[in-house]
Design a protein around this ligand. Structure first.
Ligand SMILES: *Cc1c(COP(=O)(O)O)cnc(C)c1O
Length: 436
């Protein structure tokens, strides 16, 4: 059965025949009827944009294209569309044309960390494999906004082959994230091929898929798709809910199908001004996620990509939200709040401070209530100097391919078996003087 808003939109679509609920729930029908311009948005929602706004919106879509599924459009509350979280995430704002002084086209340097064009290899043991640049709905807050709708970026089969080859000959890669675009925009058999190729690579221990289809096109989660995915365990699936209003009968059903099939489900939320920058909204969102067996994974600070300035909040808003969650609700409702570092530094967690002081045998902590307490550290702990002779160590995990030289970053400074005492930034004049 249609709900009222779906009914209204389906009627205004003026297709030759009345839209049936079966068609509406067919993901391919939804794709064929994606809304691609602002006039159509206004017509289907039966709203009127002021004329000067309309022309600016059109200008915006020339730079950053628009695409919305009829399903996602039907979630908009037309009585208050200006503030509607679904509207704000899917319909452009003229503010997208404002390029802030600090905006960067590719803030995460993803294009620079690409050994081949389908792969971003940033972290030691895992890679992004960009399998699709198509999405059913173009999020206005997309961090890869520069690529949205750009046909030059559609990865063809040979580009993906090249990415798979890179993974095959790079044994450190134990985790592959299919990303894009939305991997679930690919046909089942094509995705099946990619997953089969990855399964055949011995060193790939786990595969993840990042998709927003449960939010914007839940009908994509068909029993055929689930049956195909089930052949490729272990497979983790991450989705992208940003507001409690995105939970509907259909989205919950899609999550139920994925959870029943046994995939661990996670969620990545982007902190967005005017959409979800509120502790109460976030707590409700996290509760809805876990009720649907989805574990909140990351809360992202909005990136510095061009055209996103109107969505950004101060970092303090995110800290305040995390502060309102930790201790106040179940531990598994709390995502890790991260800033994806400009320049390709990767995700950096930022948290409220709980460790407020310490001495040689005591730490001072505060809890979520403001209680200040002490933790007495052990007198008897015998620090074992680790020389990496794992074969002789009493702790039971034998050497097996552990390498001696693989401590990286701050960890390198902490371990006993590495003699590095300082990490010195490049172009440090003081150090350069010493070397000459
Ligand atoms: C986010 C991301 C990953 C995965 O990071 P996790 O913290 O393991 O989820 C990998 N590669 C790139 C380039 C990323 O941006």
């Amino acid at each position: 059965m249609f709900n009222d808003q779906q009914q209204n939109i389906a009627q205004r679509m003026n297709t030759r025949n009345d839209v049936s609920i079966e068609e509406w729930k067919d993901w391919k029908w939804q794709i064929r009827h994606q809304i691609k311009d602002v006039e159509r948005v206004a017509q289907l929602l039966d709203i009127t944009f002021p004329p000067d706004m309309l022309s600016r919106l059109k200008e915006t879509t020339e730079k950053f294209p628009l695409s919305i599924t009829p399903y996602y459009l039907s979630l908009i509350d037309t009585d208050e569309w200006q503030n509607d979280p679904v509207f704000l995430q899917s319909v452009p704002s003229p503010s997208e044309l404002i390029i802030d002084k600090w905006d960067i086209e590719d803030p995460l340097d993803e294009d620079k960390d690409q050994p081949v064009s389908a792969v971003t290899h940033r972290y030691p043991d895992r890679v992004l494999l960009l399998v699709s640049n198509v999405c059913s709905m173009y999020c206005r807050h997309c961090t890869r906004k520069r690529k949205v709708g750009d046909h030059d970026y559609i990865p063809d089969r040979s580009t993906i082959e090249e990415g798979l080859d890179y993974i095959r000959k790079t044994p450190v890669v134990r985790d592959v994230l299919l990303s894009g675009g939305d991997p679930f925009m690919l046909p089942d058999d094509y995705l099946d091929w990619i997953l089969t190729e990855l399964d055949a690579i011995k060193h790939v221990e786990v595969v993840r898929i990042g998709t927003r289809t449960p939010v914007v096109l839940p009908y994509r989660i068909t029993s055929d798709l689930v049956a195909m995915l089930k052949k490729h365990q272990p497979l983790w699936i991450n989705t992208h809910f940003n507001h409690p209003r995105e939970f509907t009968e259909s989205s919950c059903e899609s999550l139920r199908m994925l959870a029943d099939a046994g995939f661990p489900l996670g969620n990545q939320t982007v902190l967005l001004a005017g959409v979800n920058d509120c502790p109460r909204i976030m707590r409700t969102l996290m509760h809805k996620l876990v009720m649907n067996r989805v574990r909140p994974y990351y809360l992202y600070q909005c990136d510095l990509s061009e055209g996103l300035s109107h969505f950004r909040t101060p970092v303090g808003k995110g800290i305040e939200i995390i502060e309102s969650l930790i201790g106040h609700t179940s531990g598994f409702c709390v995502p890790t709040y991260v800033i994806d570092a400009p320049g390709g530094g990767g995700k950096i967690p930022v948290m409220p401070q709980y460790l407020i002081s310490w001495s040689t045998n005591k730490v001072i902590l505060r809890n979520y209530e403001g209680l200040i307490t002490t933790y007495q550290e052990p007198d008897s702990y015998e620090a074992i100097v680790c020389d990496r002779k794992c074969g002789e160590c009493a702790l039971q995990l034998k050497l097996e391919g552990a390498r001696e030289d693989n401590a990286v970053g701050i960890h390198k400074l902490l371990v006993d078996f590495d003699e590095t005492i300082a990490l010195v930034p490049e172009n440090n004049e003081r150090h350069d003087r010493r070397n000459t």
